[in-house]
Design a protein around this ligand. Structure first.
Ligand code: KG4
Ligand code: ZN
Length: 333
């Protein structure tokens, strides 16, 4: 039997999870609400909140998994990419835990972990598969050849898809993080009400900064003509923005699938929680004859279950690191 403790602290979620023989037994996520009033994550505050939350989160994860901390065989932690101060808290905790308990330490790439979340529950994809990873910091099209053998086919040249949601929300006067709110308003709106432009980006790369500017100018102009424009049309605006972000993502995904001839398609990351994206991907998959994999909601946004499962695979191949390991704000796939 193998018991792996997973620790995630790359951004504003402090999370701890326990994985027993490849099965997730607990996944505790402590959200940091402090950032709401600043309209985005404040790195310094995030580090301090991690420091406060990490011990209670780990204790609860161990308790819920009904294991004893003496029985944990290895500790896996997010090494990067992410906010350095946040990563340092999780890394230092994991090092101390491994040192005190004389157990191996396992480093995990956060972007790998988002993808490997597909191996928590059935149905699981078979290699090779394509994964569109869309989060607050990344937008990547990845060809996944094996658990830790991944090829980056395309990525965003500017803002990430999650940022496009969050920055639009800010323009619309909605609180941070705006993605889930836009999703909610969009469900009541018409996605074709305001056709925002689709950027022309070569190859399999993405760009979202032009869309953000187009939305800003559009809202400013409309508000000059009609001061209550936002209040009256919020559902249609959200639906139109969301529909454009989804079409940008799915058009590139279609292109990647046709270029690689891969028919197993997955999505991962915080934006994969978006109900419109999930529904449209299912419909597109049916049309294209793809097998589509969509993570459970709790495994879309940042969580330690995905770190624990990635750690479990590394544990099996004895892929450990020493106490001299350092976190990395940038960490390629
Ligand atoms: O993966 P994640 O939790 O953190 C990063 O690693 O960045 O992703 C967070 C991002 C945020 O931008 C948030 O607005 C977005 O995911 N998000 C959503 C939804 N839920 C979370 N965007 C659109 N619709 C949602 N339902
Ligand atoms: Zn993430």
């Amino acid at each position: 039997m193998s018991i792996v403790l997973g620790i995630e602290s790359s951004c504003d979620e402090t999370s701890a999870a326990v994985c027993i023989d490849g099965s997730i037994r607990s996944n505790i996520i402590a959200n940091q609400t402090i950032h709401e009033k600043f309209g985005g994550v404040v790195p310094e505050l995030a580090s301090r909140a991690h420091q406060q939350h990490i011990i209670p989160a780990v204790e609860q994860a161990i308790r819920e998994a009904k294991v004893h901390k003496n029985d944990i065989d290895a500790v896996a932690f997010t090494r990067g990419p992410g906010l350095l101060g946040s990563l340092l808290v999780g890394t230092s905790f994991a090092k101390a835990f491994a040192l005190a308990r004389h157990i191996p330490l396992i480093e995990v790439n956060h972007m790998h972990a988002h993808i490997l979340a597909h191996f928590i529950d059935e149905p699981m994809p078979r290699f090779p598969f394509l994964c569109l990873t869309v989060s607050g910091g990344h937008t990547q099209l990845v060809l996944v050849k094996d658990y830790f053998e991944m090829e980056l086919l395309g990525q965003t040249l500017d803002d990430a898809a999650g940022e496009a949601f969050d920055k639009t929300a800010k323009i619309l006067g909605l609180p941070y993080p705006g993605g889930p709110l836009i999703d909610r308003y969009a469900q009541e709106g018409n996605g074709e009400a305001f056709p925002f432009p689709e950027p022309q980006v070569p190859g399999l790369n993405f760009s979202f900064s032009g869309l953000k500017t187009a939305i800003l100018y559009f809202v400013q102009q409309k508000q000059r003509e009609q001061p209550d424009f936002l209040q009256v049309h919020i559902n249609d605006i959200c639906a139109s923005v969301q529909s454009r972000i989804i079409s940008i993502l799915l058009n590139k995904l279609k292109r990647a699938a046709s270029e690689t001839k891969v028919t197993q398609i997955a999505i991962a990351g915080g934006v994969s929680a978006n109900s419109g994206l999930r529904a449209e991907l299912m419909a597109l998959g049916e049309k294209q004859g793809w097998r589509v994999f969509i993570p459970r909601f709790e495994y879309c946004t940042d969580n330690a279950a995905m770190i624990a499962i990635a750690g479990y695979f590394k544990y099996l191949s004895k892929d450990f690191v020493g106490q001299d390991v350092v976190p990395m704000a940038r960490y390629g796939i």
